[in-house]
Write a protein of this length. Structure first.
Lengths: 112, 456
């Protein structure tokens, strides 16, 4: 099993969620996060004084899938979240040792 | 206040005497005068309620423009200065403001002693009972003291602020009231026909609060992080802009009690004053927005809010003497002034998180001066029509207004300056650096403003 973690633009969450649903993904977890990459940040002004927002609001999306589905899911996220402008985010894929459904204590692919 | 209490002598006193008998005791039913007398009292009471609600506006503006880690503290200060202000003004302040004896300070009527709270006209001011008049005055005192809270936000020791609140509402503000609306000092200052005019208190209330706020901000020094290593001011954004703007609207609503209520009677001048108040606030908001937009390239919303308040503070003195054109011009100029004042105080390292010194202090002074320029009608203080420079009244009124600005500002600066200095040397004025970084809420009050439901 693989865990796919994607950092995306907040306003792209709806598109990504719908694309993943259409691709047959049944569940996911999201959190509101802040960070910066090459985009850096942006400036805001308050009472006439400019200040730097370095940690830009993003959404982190996590989904665990069977090994064979990982590439397809990554492609789906990329095409749904892409705007082509700086700050679109990142995706990384990592291995998952165990997965357990708490309600039934099932393990393995059935628990995904 | 429109009517000087000592000026109640002729017509007003006669009316007071005629209506002094209780309404219900008359067999033939209430006369027109009786009805008017009760209406006067009811209106001033309702206006006082609106002024009281301004406390909510101040609390929200200040909370919105400061950080979440200090929101309990700012709310606590706003509640505490109301509580202390009410009791201190009852015990001492009202007597100091309106007691008789000499031009400097009133010395009788502590705890409202010797007053007949039920009788029409018993306050000595038109038809108002002493209860009505006290109610209206005490909510003004609470307004004057709470102005400083915003300028001193995010770094003041809670106990020190309590002491300041008590001294301000028991002595400093009431002395200014005694000199002006109480009929003290200003009776001795006249140039030609000109006597100081300040209908609802641009100078008496707002500049007094604003100068105290300035001295507080200076005595405290800027918040940690307000100035970078290069000495340049840095933005410390407020945590809740919706609070701040809701607060502005609440204050604006309250001002329809503050200014029109200061007529101290239910007559047709009340609505005139309300319109002046309305248009001056709008003009202030527009011109402040324009000024900050041109200067920085962005229509800064917090500054627009300050602009509305600046316009309202500006018209507070002249709302009974000006026509609507005068009110719009006064408000508009206040809106421009407040933007440059905020930037100016930032530059000279006076850290005022909410702009209280600029809004109330600077625009309060402007409002007083504006009477000398734009006074068209007799507001009962002026004693003559067309007193303003631009209406052919000559320079006298302006000179008197300037003189009183200097006197009030100097007195408040010296007294609050001494008070803050003494507190700094004794009980301490500012929290520790550690407490300031962590936020005052937890370390000073043991409470957070926004407690989490699950993650604790």
């Amino acid at each position: 099993m693989k865990m796919i973690t994607a950092i995306i633009k907040p306003f792209k969450l709806d598109d990504v969620k719908e694309a993943l649903r259409s691709a047959g993904i049944q569940g996911m977890t999201v959190s509101e996060v802040r960070g910066f990459g090459r985009q850096g940040g942006h400036t805001e002004t308050y009472r006439g004084a400019e200040y730097q927002i370095e940690f830009v609001p993003k959404v982190r999306l996590e989904v665990v899938v069977a090994d064979g589905d990982a590439d397809r899911v990554v492609d789906t996220i990329v095409s749904a979240a892409q705007t082509g402008k700086i700050g679109d985010g990142k995706i990384w894929v990592s291995g998952v040792d165990r997965i357990i459904r708490i309600r039934t204590a099932e393990e393995g692919p059935e628990a995904v | 206040m429109r009517r000087k209490w000592w000026a109640a002598a002729t017509g007003a006193a006669a009316l007071t005497f005629l209506t002094a008998t209780p309404v219900l005791a008359q067999d033939e039913g209430p006369t027109g005068g009786d009805v008017q007398a009760v209406l006067d009292n009811i209106w001033v009471l309702v206006a006082g309620c609106l002024v009281f609600f301004m406390q909510a506006g101040f609390a929200l503006v200040e909370a919105g423009l400061t950080r979440a880690k200090n929101v309990v503290n700012i709310m606590a200060k706003n509640l505490a200065d109301t509580l202390i202000g009410i009791i201190a003004f009852l015990a001492v302040g009202y007597a100091v403001a309106f007691g008789g004896s000499n031009w400097f300070i009133g010395t009788d009527g502590f705890f409202l002693s010797g007053m007949n709270p039920f009788e029409i006209g018993s306050s000595g001011v038109l038809n108002l009972t002493s209860s009505t008049f006290f109610f209206f005055q005490v909510v003004f005192a609470a307004t004057a003291v709470t102005i400083a809270s915003g300028a001193m936000a995010e770094r003041t020791k809670f106990t020190s602020y309590l002491v300041f609140s008590a001294v301000m509402t028991a002595l400093i503000y009431p002395i200014i009231v005694h000199w002006t609306w109480g009929g003290g000092l200003i009776k001795r200052i006249d140039i030609g026909d000109a006597v100081y005019s300040d209908f609802a208190g641009s100078g008496v209330v707002h500049m007094t609060g604003g100068v105290a706020a300035l001295m507080g901000a200076i005595a405290l020094g800027p918040r940690i992080g307000k100035y970078g290593p290069d000495g340049k001011p840095r933005a410390i954004p407020g945590h809740n802009i919706p609070f701040a703007i809701l607060g502005v609207f609440i204050l604006w609503l309250g001002w329809f009690g503050f200014n029109p209520g200061s007529e101290l009677a239910a007559d047709t001048i009340v609505m005139w004053v309300a319109v002046n108040t309305l248009v001056a606030g709008a003009a202030g908001g527009i011109f402040a927005t324009a000024a900050v937009w041109i200067k920085t390239g962005k229509p800064d919303l917090a500054m627009s809010g300050n602009g509305v308040l600046a316009g309202l503070v500006g018209i507070t003195a002249g709302c009974g003497a000006m026509n609507q054109l005068g009110a719009v011009i006064t408000g508009a100029i206040a809106g421009v002034i407040v933007v440059f004042a905020v930037f100016g105080f930032d530059r000279i390292k006076v850290d005022d998180p909410v702009g209280a010194v600029s809004v109330h202090g600077v625009c309060g002074a402007w409002g007083v001066l504006a009477v000398g320029l734009f006074a068209r009608y007799d507001d009962a203080f002026l004693g003559r029509e067309k007193a303003g420079l631009f209406y052919g009244g000559g320079i006298d009124q302006l000179v008197v207004q300037v003189l009183m600005v200097v006197i009030i500002a100097a007195f408040v600066a010296v007294t609050t300056g001494i008070l803050f200095f003494v507190m700094k040397k004794t009980i301490g004025l500012r929290v520790s650096a550690e407490e300031e970084r962590e936020g005052l809420d937890v370390l000073e009050h043991g409470l957070t403003g926004y407690a989490a439901d699950a993650v604790k």
